[in-house]
Design a protein around this ligand. Structure first.
Ligand code: PBG
Length: 326
């Protein structure tokens, strides 16, 4: 009896050149988007303790990091604003104030990099509300969907005016994409698009982000973000957002939801993004700091896997660094 196997898949794995020749998935700088934080009232960039290597930026450090990102060939930047605690209120007024930190930050980015990369804005109230929710509250303390849409609309127009190319509505309110589309069109911003956070789960892995933006959230977001038990619901959210005019859709978080990402990519007629979120960053960073995993290899494997699962675009805090390796 012959011991020779009939099939030898290992042949194509023998050398780096063979592996490169048959790699099904590519990862290029243009696929990567860097989330950035700009904070009001700080003189020096402030490192986020639960996300070593990620900073709340000053105007100067924001501009420097944006220039580096452009030089690295990144696909885009996603900006979050961190207001002073005293500037937060129940309605998140700072979000729609043209002089609010996020809108000022967008202007700094637009001024620094222009159209050399894609400038995106987080369109959500949680960084700006004193209660930390993504919307405004009704008399019983529940997040009021339709009143919140009024706030998103004002915020969206202010962000378009500040120079964002794409808005990222991330609050998971029903009808947010349609409401924002109409407001942008009415204000003359027909060319400003939306990268809709369509399938966004209530995730424990957002923990470090709450520190990153100084969120004051009490309770949780389970009445508006999705339950991790569900996948069909995501497909419905994606369909609704596309129907409402989303130019791109997003699945978030990434690594625990690669099945949802694959199904979304298979059916979406628009480009699909996935967000490798704060907790994913922190887990790999912490394990690597303990010497338990090979940091750079783990980062590249995670990003490649998110691309393999169907993401056209990956938001990752490692975007600039990883682009430098590619
Ligand atoms: C909402 C928003 C959040 C993140 C992005 N946009 C926080 C949340 O929904 O609780 C999380 C990003 C991350 O964890 O890296 N403005």
């Amino acid at each position: 009896m012959s011991l020779f196997p009939t099939h030898r898949p290992r042949r194509l794995r023998r050398t780096p050149a063979l592996r490169r020749l048959v790699a099904e998935t590519s990862l290029e700088p243009r696929h990567l988007v860097l989330p950035m934080f700009v904070a009001d009232g700080i003189d020096e960039p402030r490192e986020i303790s639960s996300m070593p290597g990620v900073f709340q930026h000053t105007p100067d450090s924001l501009r420097r990091a944006a220039t580096e990102a452009v030089e690295a060939g990144l696909g885009g930047l996603m900006l979050f604003g961190v207001p002073r605690p005293d500037d937060k209120d129940a309605e998140g007024s700072g979000a729609s104030d043209p002089d609010g930190i996020l809108n000022r930050g967008l202007r700094w980015l637009a001024d620094e990099v222009g159209d050399a990369t894609v400038i995106m804005a987080d369109t959500c109230l949680d960084e700006f509300t004193d209660h930390g929710h993504c919307g405004v509250l009704d008399a019983n303390g529940a997040v009021d969907n339709d009143l919140t849409l009024q706030r998103y609309v004002d915020m969206a127009v202010a962000q378009a005016e500040a120079g964002a190319h794409l808005l990222g509505p991330s609050g998971m309110m029903d009808g947010q994409v349609a409401a924002i589309r109409k407001a942008l069109d009415d204000a003359g911003y027909t060319d400003v698009g939306q990268l809709a956070y369509s399938a966004k789960y209530a995730s424990a892995f957002y923990g470090p982000f709450r520190e990153a933006v100084g969120s004051s959230l009490q309770g949780d977001r389970r009445t508006y973000q999705q339950d991790s038990a569900n996948r069909r619901e995501s497909l419905r959210e994606v369909d609704l957002d596309i129907d409402e005019g989303a130019d791109m859709v997003m699945v978030k978080p990434a690594m625990s939801y690669l099945d949802v990402l694959r199904e979304t990519a298979d059916r979406s007629p628009v480009p699909v993004a996935a967000y490798q979120i704060s907790g994913e960053y922190s887990m790999i960073t912490a394990a690597a700091q303990n010497g338990w995993i090979d940091r750079d290899a783990a980062i590249l494997e995670s990003l490649t896997s998110i691309r393999r699962a169907g993401a056209d675009v990956v938001l990752t805090y490692w975007a600039t660094e990883a682009a430098g390796w590619l």
